[in-house]
Design a binder for this molecule. Sequence first.
Ligand code: C5P
Length: 207
Amino acid sequence: MDGPIIAVDGPAASGKGTIAKRIAAEFHLPMLDTGLLYRAVAQHMVDHGLSLDDETAAERAARTFTIEWLVDERLRTRVAGEQASRVAKYQGLRVALRQFQQDFAHQPGGAVLDGRDIGTIIAPDAHAKLWIDADVKARANRRFRELIGRGEVVREADILADLMARDARDAPNMQIAPDAIRIDTTHLDVDQAVAEALAAVRRRVQT
Ligand code: C5P
């Protein structure tokens, strides 16, 4: 096989980003955080005075997406995540962002991608698929600590409400691949979650 394609999917703040980074480091693979693409398109729309409710404008913006858009610290904020989930429901936008992700996944040498639909839509042929989940309260607490650590002023109750709304909005585009290995990180610390994920990937990918 060419290098392996590893799909790491799951809801917001489940720990999938951290896990994907550690898998990429362990297997010496490039990694793409696909949430950033949706965040970048929404940010582009805001910067150009476009309404996030404008589906046609969202699709048009996604068609002009380039990798340079990802170099923007604002994309990591809570607001950017909310904006992203408002536009991610538009199928035209999702299709416009698909080729970029598929090219990244299928580059020679392999790749790790984290997102919501990597194992189902972007790379159903991935060699290893993980579905990372955790109880919504545990996810809210993690996201709260992460944002506070970055200097954002937020309340944990607001984060919980955001995540519940986000889960509901994202649900139609979050499908668990039938061949995904599911890892619940609610009661795991980062190292335990990473260890489980690495063991799961090794079972699917011969190195
Ligand atoms: O993962 P992250 O929180 O950065 O994603 C932001 C939003 O982008 C998600 O809430 C979801 O609406 C959307 N998204 C998506 N498909 C992906 C990655 C992100 O719909 N593969």
